[in-house]
Write a protein that binds this ligand. Structure first.
Ligand code: FAD
Length: 435
């Protein structure tokens, strides 16, 4: 869908948890109301995926083709325009963003570098793991920050598992980072191994060694102590080796070298530690950024240097007046900030109203250990604030976060149908990727 060039334009860059919700909701309104600004979504990828489920794509316990939402299809349904491309520059005086040239996988130039004009710009380009310049990480480690990276890792896991079975060899996998990503990936890989055995990969679980390496004293530092402890115990009970207080100094072909201790050997290495925003946000035409490349925003979610540019989600840094530290890079924050802009952006643009301040409500955090277990700490809001939950209830709550995101993209009825089809597919299709 191409927007009417005479209408005012909201350009949303990054169609992740935050950006796709904004484009969908404001797109729907602008489709039915010509006085509303047109919405253009720019993303470097061709399909959206709910990032908190990337570890299941990486392990192959979820089918990528069933879980992704192509932006073109979403744009047609919701009434926004989708522009493929990677933002690399900004010209605030001209109100344009610059997109890098688009290349085909074989290197052919598809679309040369181009510019897109905006009246209001929303930057929600997310984050990636931070290797802090650790030698060897770029060369030897997989990361699972995007749909394509998770898929590439899954391809390699399937190849290595096949080799392990066919040649009766051991397979060692090491993951650096004991946050939610590393913990969830380790559990999912263990589940993959067990399901693969059931599909006729004999003794695979005795051949696979999974190690989770964390530099701090405990896993899941953002969770309460008791959840960290219970998670570590549960991971060890399913056969995962957990190493805390272990700082990686380098990645090599053999594995990970530690600051203090023997090398952890691993033929498959994943870096899932640290968080930083994309590098191009630093020095973006005078916008203020942090050392982790995040754009600094006011409580209104406007960037400190330009009221026409908003930023939210992982790529922004917001410290609320009642908080000491910036809000954490989580899907919950990204979603609530998106809802704030959905509610207020139209009036800000059409009536020049001052955007109200964003108010964060901490509903807690959840971590899922595949089918084995799940833990959650309910935050400062809601009926059961401060409570710790575990098991089926936590698993269900974790699943609900994803399903409610889908309902926001597809609407309640279609979202429910998608959920039902997923459940059916789980029964009808293989539980892991076998192709
Ligand atoms: C494996 C894993 C598990 C997680 N589990 C949880 C969890 O259980 N709970 C939780 O709250 N959080 C979890 N998170 C964190 C959560 O996914 C993020 O906080 C959330 O996705 C941030 O949303 P966002 O909209 O800011 O960015 P994203 O969802 O990351 O979206 C960013 C979008 O921007 C696009 N983009 C990037 N750069 C450019 C560019 N230059 N030009 C154009 N487009 C660009 C990307 O393609 C992407 O579509 C998890 C993360 C991972 C990786």
């Amino acid at each position: 869908m191409n927007v009417d060039r005479r209408r005012r334009r909201i350009v949303v860059v990054g169609g992740g948890v935050a950006g796709v919700e904004i484009a969908t909701s404001l797109g729907r309104r602008s489709k039915n109301d010509q006085s509303m600004p047109a919405v253009i979504l720019v993303d470097r990828d061709s399909a959206h995926i709910w990032k908190p489920m990337l570890h299941t794509i990486a392990a192959g316990t979820r089918d990528i083709s069933q879980q992704q939402t192509p932006y073109l299809a979403q744009a047609r349904d919701a009434g926004f325009e989708y522009q493929p491309g990677e933002m690399c520059s900004l010209n605030r005086a001209n109100r344009t963003i610059g997109l890098a040239p688009l290349h085909a996988p074989d290197g052919r130039l598809l679309v040369p570098a181009r510019e897109i004009a905006y009246d209001t710009l929303v930057i929600s380009v997310g984050s990636e793991a931070n290797d802090f310049g650790t030698p060897g990480v770029q060369e030897y480690c997989f990361k699972i920050d995007s749909r394509l990276q998770a898929d590439a890792f899954n391809r390699e896991v399937r190849i290595r598992m096949l080799q392990s079975v066919a040649q009766e060899q051991d397979l060692s996998i090491a993951i650096v980072g004991g946050g939610a990503t590393g913990v969830e990936l380790a559990a999912e890989l263990m589940q993959l191994t067990q399901i693969a055995e059931a599909y006729g990969a004999p003794a695979l679980s005795s051949r696979i060694r999974i190690t989770l390496i964390e530099s701090g004293p405990r896993l899941l530092p953002a969770f309460p102590d008791d959840i960290s402890q219970a998670t570590e115990e549960r991971l060890e009970s399913i056969g995962i080796r957990v190493m805390t207080n272990s700082k990686v100094s380098a990645a090599t072909t053999e594995g990970f070298e530690l600051d203090d201790g023997p090398t952890v050997t691993a033929s498959l290495k994943v870096w899932a530690a640290g968080v930083k925003a994309p590098a191009f946000l630093t020095n973006l035409d005078g916008l203020e950024s942090t050392r982790g490349n995040q754009l600094v925003v006011l409580p209104s979610l406007q960037t400190t240097q330009d009221p026409n540019i908003f930023s939210l989600g992982d790529c922004s840094s917001l410290t609320l007046s009642q908080g000491e530290r910036p809000l954490p890079p989580t899907a919950q924050v990204a979603h609530q900030q998106a809802q704030h802009l959905i509610r207020h952006l139209p009036a800000v643009i059409s009536r020049g109203k001052r955007p109200p301040d964003f108010n964060y409500r901490d509903f807690g955090s959840l971590v899922s250990l595949a089918e084995y277990d799940a833990f959650g700490s309910l935050g400062k809001y809601g009926l059961f604030k401060g409570t710790t939950i575990r098991g089926r209830l936590a698993q269900l709550s974790h699943a609900m976060l994803y399903r409610s995101h889908q309902a926001r993209l597809y609407g309640f009825w279609r979202g429910s149908l998608v959920w039902m089809v997923d459940r059916l597919n789980m029964r009808l299709r293989s539980a892991i990727r076998l192709d």
